[in-house]
Design a protein around this ligand. Structure first.
Ligand SMILES: [Zn+2]
Length: 372
């Protein structure tokens, strides 16, 4: 089928442009009424042979139709309608409609026919653990569930407070409930599960190991990769992890650490220490029980939502087999000016994390489940 997500725009009477985003747009020339009618038939309801026969009935030469289909395929304008259908059919019905736009987007990002379906299936089999259920963590979990990640678990203690609430995560009605329970329901709601099913475990059953852990503690310490003990445990287990958080008016996504293959949280701390030798001392005081801990943390709603969305997008890119810019770097968003910046993070020579350097593996859609 011609990718239904691409707009069809006439540049003039006979020139049809697929796609409005100029960088990816494709143009088909000499499209008269007959050819336009043939293009309309490529909607996923006919296989190749049926299309050629239909083209002949319109008065188009078989070779011409064949060449046209080849050319459309070469130009990344076609997707595999059956594969798309099957990828959605693996999800419960209410979820299929919700995932439709996400799958359409995947079909543009992963252009080969059938590729998007495979990527969505990879997400459905993946398991992601989010540690921390504040404005950022709960939001990340909800967005991942909405994007088709099969199992999203959220680990946190205590009860939801007003400052944990955000439009992407906990609604204000959840204040006072156990964070773990409320987070499970947020994930279920976001994934489109029926309200009656909300006490059940993951929407798509997956026995996959955790492909990635998102470190988004409520304190915002994820913004400064300040979770040394947890990070060491994840590094030892070879488990990919992403830091995300908001500190004061700064939101940070990254680094996304692929142990042994990309710069880690400790590389980030050492890099900051090169710029400010007092940094480790300051960082220690920022800990939850440290003397410098914030009494009333700042967390702009717009900023927290942007950080949650960007973090979830980076996780999805990683699961989909694309290395996001938070690998060997991090992204900063400022509530002061709304600017997004990407900073490079080379592996630090004093950090042992890359002494045994591994090739940076991209977890192809089907490998995702082995990511942990
Ligand atoms: Zn390191």
């Amino acid at each position: 089928m011609l990718k239904p997500a691409l707009s069809r725009l006439w540049r003039d009477r006979e020139t049809l442009q697929f796609g409005a985003v100029r960088r990816h747009a494709r143009v088909v020339e000499s499209v008269d009424r007959t050819v336009a009618a043939f293009l309309e038939l490529i909607d996923g309801s006919r296989d190749g042979a049926t299309l050629l026969a239909a083209g002949e009935r319109l008065g188009l030469d078989r070779d011409y139709c064949n060449a046209m289909l080849d050319s459309l395929a070469h130009s990344e304008l076609l997707d595999d309608a059956d594969a798309l259908q099957q990828a959605l059919a693996r999800h419960p019905r209410p979820r299929q409609e919700l995932l439709g736009p996400d799958l359409s987007s995947l079909s543009l990002v992963h252009p080969e026919p059938g590729e998007a379906a495979e990527v969505l299936q990879g997400r459905a089999l993946a398991r992601v653990e989010v540690r921390g259920a504040g404005r950022v963590g709960a939001g990340v979990a909800a967005v991942l569930a909405a994007g088709g990640v099969g199992a999203v678990t959220v680990a946190d203690r205590g009860r939801v407070s007003a400052r944990d609430c955000s439009p992407a995560g906990f609604p204000p009605t959840e204040v006072g409930r156990l964070r773990a329970t409320a987070a499970r329901e947020v994930v279920h709601r976001a994934s489109g599960a029926a309200a009656a099913d909300r006490h059940r475990r993951p929407v798509t059953e997956t026995s996959a190991p955790t492909a990635l852990v998102v470190l988004a503690p409520r304190s915002g310490a994820g913004a400064f990769t300040g979770l040394a003990t947890e990070a060491q445990e994840l590094m030892r287990a070879g488990r990919p992890h992403l830091y995300a958080g908001v500190v004061e008016h700064l939101g940070v996504v990254g680094p996304l650490v692929v142990p042994g293959a990309s710069a880690c949280g400790s590389c980030a701390t050492l890099t900051r220490t090169d710029e400010d030798e007092a940094w480790p001392r300051l960082l220690a005081q920022l800990a939850d029980d440290g003397p410098g801990r914030v009494r009333s943390p700042a967390c702009d709603s717009g900023l927290a939502t942007a950080v949650a969305g960007l973090a979830a997008l980076h996780v999805e890119l990683y699961l989909d087999g694309v290395l996001p810019p938070s690998v060997d770097g991090w992204c900063e968003i400022s509530a002061a000016d709304g600017m997004v910046r990407r900073l490079r993070l080379p592996g630090h020579p004093d950090c042992g994390c890359r002494w045994q350097t591994l090739p940076l593996a991209r977890p192809g859609p089907t490998d995702t489940v082995r990511g942990g």
